[in-house]
Write a protein that binds this ligand. Structure first.
Ligand SMILES: Cc1cc2nc3c(=O)[nH]c(=O)nc-3n(C[C@H](O)[C@H](O)[C@H](O)COP(=O)(O)OP(=O)(O)OC[C@H]3O[C@@H](n4cnc5c(N)ncnc54)[C@H](O)[C@@H]3O)c2cc1C
Length: 299
């Protein structure tokens, strides 16, 4: 007899959505989180692009997702998943509070943005330093912003920001971009995108309340209102290494959120997906719960 039907690892938007859907389907669903439920939502001041909530704080949205999941009968526990194995049809997840057995597992442990590690980055987070142009670009309408990075995300988001902002400075430590040539050509053709190649950001400066400039490795000081950092994302997938198929650390899945291990599903930022947002994570969670239902009915 398993401890629960569906164990959800991670209680961010993907995990809480999965937990709510699974419990509403009548399953005993437990969502575990090493920190507080809400995941990255807890770092978001205001979310303007979650459908149906024109402007909501990340904390409020996290609280309402948690309440809704619990109201359907899901249980939320504060514990960290450490390892996972499958014995017959049973998954055994080792946690910091002991093992939890389940018929199915939905892995929703999220990801985190790689940091630059320069002076001022931490201090000015949410005061001009951002890791998401879709999320925060509209706050800088008409302003001057820096984009740090040279891959597809940096180039795509620089193009997006160039429609909103008066000037966009792309700062990249190499003299060549890593992104697609087609994106690079578009970037180079934009009059309000300026390239600062072969340079690093030494510090992000401000007046204590907001960003005012960045200092580059050649001592240039660029006056900017915001700094968008796109130097990669790190998936929280270490415990699945050697257990499920990963692609650059992200968990490989199909449209049904099925992984390479039958009964193990994935949802949200930790999976191979072209778009990482609250709404897409919540959608993945719903799909993963639906797929777990189909799987359990078949075993
Ligand atoms: C500053 C910032 C601003 C953003 N702004 C927006 C915005 O305006 N709009 C938008 O749509 N998106 C925004 N995003 C992106 C959005 O927050 C993410 O896409 C979304 O939270 C992903 O949800 P998730 O559930 O997949 O992962 P996460 O939110 O990362 O949640 C994963 C959870 O899993 C837990 N966990 C990890 N490993 C374990 C483990 N081993 N055991 C137990 N628990 C574990 C973590 O503690 C965490 O709570 C922003 C992100 C950031 C950082």
């Amino acid at each position: 007899m398993a401890d629960c039907d569906i164990l959800i690892i991670g209680a961010g938007p993907a995990g809480l959505s999965a937990a709510g859907y699974a419990a509403r389907l009548g399953y005993k669903a437990i969502a575990i989180d090493a920190l507080s439920p809400g995941g990255q939502l807890l770092y978001i001041d205001q979310i303007e692009n979650y459908p149906g909530s024109p402007s909501v704080s990340g904390y409020e949205l996290a609280e309402s997702l948690e309440k809704q999941a619990v109201s359907f009968g899901a249980e939320i526990r504060f514990t960290e998943a450490l390892s996972i194995k499958k014995e017959g049809n049973l998954f055994i997840t080792e946690t910091s509070d002991g093992p939890i057995s389940s018929l199915s597992v939905i892995y929703a442990a999220g990801a985190h943005h790689r940091k630059l590690g320069c002076t001022g980055e931490e201090e000015y987070q949410a005061k001009g330093v951002s890791y998401c142009a879709t999320c925060d670009g509209p706050f800088f309408k008409g302003g001057r912003v820096a984009v740090v990075g040279g891959g597809d995300t940096a180039l795509t988001d620089a193009l997006y920001l160039s429609k909103l902002c008066s000037d966009v400075y792309i700062i990249h430590r190499r003299t060549e971009f890593r992104g697609q040539k087609m994106l690079e050509d578009r970037v180079r053709a934009k009059e309000n995108i300026h390239l600062e190649l072969g340079k690093n950001v030494i510090s992000i400066n401000g007046d204590g309340k907001k960003v005012t400039s960045v200092t580059l490795s050649d001592s240039t000081e660029l006056s900017v209102d915001g700094v968008f950092i796109f130097v990669g994302m790190e998936p929280n997938s270490r415990m699945l290494e050697g257990f499920a198929d990963l692609d650059h650390g992200f968990v490989s899945s199909d449209d049904h959120m099925r992984t390479s291990v039958p009964g193990l599903f994935v949802a949200g930022d930790v999976r191979t997906t072209p778009f990482r947002q609250v709404v897409t994570a919540a959608g993945d969670g719903a799909m993963a719960a639906h797929a777990a239902d189909e799987y359990i009915q078949g075993i």
